[in-house]
Design a protein around this ligand. Sequence first.
Ligand SMILES: Cc1cc2nc3c(=O)[nH]c(=O)nc-3n(C[C@H](O)[C@H](O)[C@H](O)COP(=O)(O)OP(=O)(O)OC[C@H]3O[C@@H](n4cnc5c(N)ncnc54)[C@H](O)[C@@H]3O)c2cc1C
Length: 261
Amino acid sequence: MKIIVLIKQVPDTDNVKLDTKTGTMIREGLGTIINPLDLNAIEEAKKISEIIPSEINVITMGPPAAEEAIKEAIAMGADKGYLVSDRKFAGSDSWATSMVLAETIKKTGNFDLILAGEKAIDGETGQVGPEVASMLDIPFSTYITNISVKDNGVEVVRTVEDGYQNQFLPFPCLLTVLSNINEPSIPNLEGKIKARKYISDKIDSSKLKIEDEYLGLKGSPTRVVKISTPKIQRQSSIYKGSEIDDGIKDLIKELQKMALI
Ligand SMILES: Cc1cc2nc3c(=O)[nH]c(=O)nc-3n(C[C@H](O)[C@H](O)[C@H](O)COP(=O)(O)OP(=O)(O)OC[C@H]3O[C@@H](n4cnc5c(N)ncnc54)[C@H](O)[C@@H]3O)c2cc1C
């Protein structure tokens, strides 16, 4: 079986700051990590390959420094890594990113399963997985918390608002995973040694069948018109001692007004 895992290198922060003038992320001075949910995706690929021997390929689109993310994935147990990098990709929105990833996947040959994180901690759209699947014209499912591999596909459990949903998807298909699917393991010494020597396959725009007009900012239909930080306005009232009974009554009135009780 061949499993592809999409990994994204993200800033090592949960407090992403945006340039309000350009509408882009301020990345300077931040360390990088593999998007945490993508570690779960790698771990799940490993778990599957322990049951059904599989080749695990990781693909990342990013700057040359994203080679580090591939090395980390190799240390965790991936067999092969593709770094998809080109200046022409700069400014890509999720559509342009997905197109590059989908074309790269086509280029790397047949596959059975693609795993991705449900969302990245920086962009946070959660669009890339479903978009890649749509561009490849394969079935997909999101918010996955359990995968069981069968002969011709996967049985999955997906988290929905009011519980769980069981689904079957035939191969080839794409799944986006949540963090409670597994606990990512820490690379062992053997993995670290393999990763240190590992050099990924490089793919640039000349190797993909995409016209220049569909790449990067030019090929990105998303327009960031304005960025602002949401204002949280909280009004508080403090009731002390003998005022507490009145406080409870006021609270009940407010909750009734909001139809919460
Ligand atoms: C107008 C515009 C300009 C932008 N310019 C830039 C820019 O110049 N530089 C920049 O870095 N970002 C830029 N971005 C952000 C960029 O679009 C997103 O980072 C990217 O499209 C992925 O979207 P996301 O982070 O929401 O991923 P999500 O959809 O939340 O990610 C879900 C999963 O998809 C996979 N995935 C996502 N991205 C990648 C990837 N690159 N490689 C492999 N797998 C991936 C991972 O498995 C991830 O867990 C721009 C966005 C917009 C709207």
